[in-house]
Design a protein around this ligand. Structure first.
Ligand SMILES: Nc1ncnc2c1ncn2[C@@H]1O[C@H](COP(=O)(O)OP(=O)(O)OP(=O)(O)O)[C@@H](O)[C@H]1O
Ligand SMILES: [Mg+2]
Length: 359
């Protein structure tokens, strides 16, 4: 999938602006604050409906206006016609609406939009995936697996809903908490199994990607700790939920299950969170996302669009050049930079001097 043309109207710091992109690398170049990340944000919104920066659409409207508009014209791999996606947000006193259209037909639910266009997004704070809360890692895997499997996504939504109801019961009506056990056990075991499977798939793909780029072998290990490793089947799960009910009531929560799972990332047999350098953590997340790109391409049979925002920070020149060489072999790429020299030697793309797009 490639984005051929992007139109922005009253979006962030842009008035009416049109970009025509290369289907290979697009370098968005310019000083701080010119609007490079804003372009990536708009591209991301076309496939996700919401921003990666804010949930508040009114923040996105260019100051002094009352609506914003984004249009993207996409071309799917091997197809000979375009797909147009438009987002129109209007803020007026008493009349606020947000409408998303695909080929002029309104899309009423976000889930009908998600997955139509695949993205891999590299952001400056990506190293939080290594150093931050376990939830960030769970969310990453949930996103990856959900993009591949609808069954996984619906199981996850159902599990979270039932867990929430069960936890309310633990506080308000403990006698009813156990009515959710059977379904929770079934869903939790399934989700844990899929996470274990995909953690191995991602680990393998990361090591292959690393080898392709650096000609070095197998530095990465991913361990998935589900909190329910000791449980073999649904019956044991239900028994454990029943047997530990008093502790759960005391703790006011269902304290085990996939919602408490953790991933451990290792680089050369050391826990990355604790022992890796900044550059090694950065490299871990870059390789993780490049490996995810391969996984999505294979499982979904679609080439994701890469959005890379300042994410080569902290890498030495040799590593950055190697990664850029590799990226050239992938699909369409959007990369922001403040210094043009940092992305030299790309013949097959386009450079956008963002200063020229400011009115
Ligand atoms: N709703 C808005 N209306 C007008 N301007 C906005 C709005 N939201 C953000 N901006 C402006 O957009 C500008 C550019 O933001 P952006 O994050 O895209 O810059 P950038 O080129 O990525 O900079 P950096 O190199 O520092 O990351 C900022 O100066 C910001 O004030
Ligand atoms: Mg930026």
């Amino acid at each position: 999938m490639t984005l051929k043309e992007l139109t922005l109207r009253s979006f962030r710091n842009y008035d009416e602006t049109v970009f025509n992109f290369s289907d290979k690398i697009n370098v968005l170049y310019g000083n701080n604050g010119l609007g490079k990340t804003n372009i990536l944000e708009a591209i991301y919104m076309l496939g996700n409906g919401i921003s990666f920066r804010t949930r508040l659409d009114r923040e996105i409207i260019k100051n002094g206006n009352d609506n914003y508009f984004i249009r993207g014209i996409f071309r799917e791999d091997n197809l000979s016609y375009d797909t147009t996606i438009e987002i129109n947000y209007q803020k007026k006193p008493k009349k606020v609406f947000k409408k998303v259209f695909m080929d002029k037909k309104e899309i009423s639910s976000r889930k009908d939009l998600i997955g139509k266009i695949l993205y891999i997004v590299f952001l400056p704070n990506d190293t939080d995936l290594v150093t931050g809360e376990p939830k960030l890692r769970r969310d990453y895997f949930n996103m990856l697996i959900s993009t591949i499997s609808i069954e996984y996504l619906s199981s996850l939504i159902k599990y979270n809903k039932l867990l929430k109801m069960r936890n309310i019961c633990l506080i308000k009506k403990p006698s009813e908490a156990n009515i959710y056990n059977e379904e929770i056990a079934k869903l939790s075991l399934y989700i844990a199994k899929e996470n274990l499977k995909y953690s191995k798939i991602l680990e393998d793909k990361m090591n292959q990607t690393y080898e392709t780029i650096f000609k070095n072998e197998n530095p990465y290990t991913i361990k998935y700790l589900s909190t329910i490793e000791d449980i073999e089947n649904e019956n044991d799960y239900i028994k454990k939920l029943e047997n530990t009910l008093q502790e759960q009531i005391k703790m006011r929560t269902t304290y085990f299950g996939i919602h408490r799972a953790e991933y451990q990332f290792y680089y050369k047999d050391s826990l990355s969170r604790k022992f890796s350098s900044q550059g090694e953590k950065r490299m871990f997340t870059l390789i993780m996302k490049l490996a995810s790109e391969k996984i999505l391409s294979e499982y979904r049979n679609k080439t994701p669009i890469l959005l890379i925002d300042d994410a080569m920070l902290e890498l030495d020149n040799m590593r950055r050049d190697n990664i850029l060489e590799y990226i050239k072999t992938l699909g369409q790429v959007f990369i922001t930079v403040t210094e043009k020299e940092k992305v030299k030697n790309f013949e097959s793309g386009k450079i956008f001097d963002i200063a020229n797009y400011q009115l």
